[in-house]
Design a protein around this ligand. Structure first.
Ligand SMILES: [Zn+2]
Length: 281
C-alpha cells in the first residue's frame, strides 16, 4: 500500500477506535462531498476521504477546496499558517512521438489544497463564510437521486426489512413512515441501492456474501457503507445516528481493517465506481 493510502487508512482507524464512523456524519453544509470550489467537480477515490477526514479533523464547514493559486485568482487569500491538505492525481498525459504518433503516458501529480474556510475574502479582508442552506433542499436532492436510479434500473422495491436480494435483483425496504427520520430512510435506501449497483448487469461485483448474510462484514458491505456515505454527503442527508454506528460495530470493522488494510482501498475504489454509477444513470 502506498504512503498516501496508508496515511488515510491510519486516520480511518484512529477515528473508528474513537467510536467515529467517518462515512457516517451529519453533513452540515450545502454539499459535503469534497469538491473543487470553482468547477464544483467532486474529488475522487482516496482523495475524497483524505479531504473529508481533514475537514472533520479541523472542523471545516465547507466541502469546497482549491489550490493556493486557484483561490487567489478567484479573490480568496489563504490565511498565514493555514496548513494545506495533499491529494494525489493519477491520470494520463499524451506525448507526441518522433514518428508523429501520440503515446499515452500514465502520470502522477501531487497537489496541495486549502479549504475555503482557511481563506479570507481579499475584497473585504474578512474570513469566508458558508451560506445558510435552504430548508429541506437535501431531502429533495436525495429523492431525485433515488427516483432517478429506481426508474433507470427498473428496480423493484418490496416492503420488508432493509435488504438487497442479488438473485431477485430487488430491494426490500420499510416505508418512509416506519423510519425515525426521513433522513434515516434515505441513508438506508442509499445503502441498498449501493449493493444493487454490484448486480451482474451493472458493475458486476462479487455479491456472494449478501446471499449468505444480508449485511455481513465483507468488503461488499464496507463498499456499500462508503457509497451510501458519499451519496449522503453529496445530497446533504445526515446518516449519523443509526444502530450500525454503534461502538461494537466500529470495533469489529477497525479490527478487520488493521488485519487487512487493503480492504479499505478496495472498498474506496468500489464506492467511487458505485457512486458515479448511481449519480450518472
Ligand atoms: Zn449492507
Amino acid at each position: 500500500m502506498d504512503k498516501f493510502a496508508e496515511a488515510v487508512a491510519n486516520k480511518f482507524l484512529t477515528l473508528m477506535n474513537q467510536g467515529v464512523a467517518p462515512w457516517r456524519q451529519s453533513w452540515n453544509s450545502q454539499c459535503a462531498l469534497p469538491a473543487n470550489f470553482s468547477t464544483g467537480k467532486f474529488y475522487q477515490g482516496m482523495n475524497v476521504w483524505a479531504l473529508m477526514l481533514a475537514g472533520m479533523e479541523r472542523g471545516f464547514m465547507s466541502p469546497l477546496w482549491g489550490t493556493y493559486k486557484q483561490l487567489k485568482a478567484a479573490g480568496y487569500q489563504v490565511r498565514e499558517k493555514e496548513k494545506g491538505t495533499t491529494i494525489h492525481w493519477f491520470g494520463y498525459s499524451e506525448r507526441e512521438q518522433k514518428d508523429g504518433s501520440v503515446k499515452r503516458i500514465s502520470s502522477h501529480k501531487i497537489f496541495t489544497l486549502h479549504n475555503l474556510c482557511q481563506c479570507n475574502v481579499i475584497e473585504t479582508g474578512l474570513p469566508w463564510a458558508p451560506s445558510e442552506p435552504t430548508k429541506d433542499w437535501n431531502i429533495e436532492k436525495a429523492e431525485q437521486v433515488v427516483s432517478k436510479y429506481l426508474t433507470a434500473t427498473s428496480m423493484k422495491v418490496v416492503h420488508g426489512v432493509p435488504a438487497y436480494f442479488p438473485g431477485l435483483d430487488h430491494i426490500s425496504m420499510p416505508t418512509k413512515s416506519e423510519f425515525q427520520t426521513v433522513e434515516n430512510y434515505y441513508s438506508t435506501m442509499f445503502h441498498e441501492i449501493a449493493h444493487s449497483t454490484g448486480h451482474g448487469s451493472r458493475l458486476d461485483r462479487d455479491l456472494n456474501p449478501l446471499a449468505k448474510d444480508v449485511h455481513s462484514y465483507s468488503v461488499e458491505e464496507l463498499s456499500a457503507e462508503f457509497t451510501a456515505g458519499m451519496l449522503c454527503a453529496a445530497t446533504g442527508v445526515s446518516n449519523q445516528n443509526t444502530d450500525e454506528s454503534s461502538a461494537a460495530y466500529l470495533k469489529h470493522w477497525a479490527a478487520k481493517l488493521s488485519e487487512d488494510p487493503k480492504i479499505l482501498q478496495t472498498a474506496i475504489k468500489n464506492a467511487q465506481k458505485a457512486f458515479e454509477f448511481v449519480m450518472g444513470v
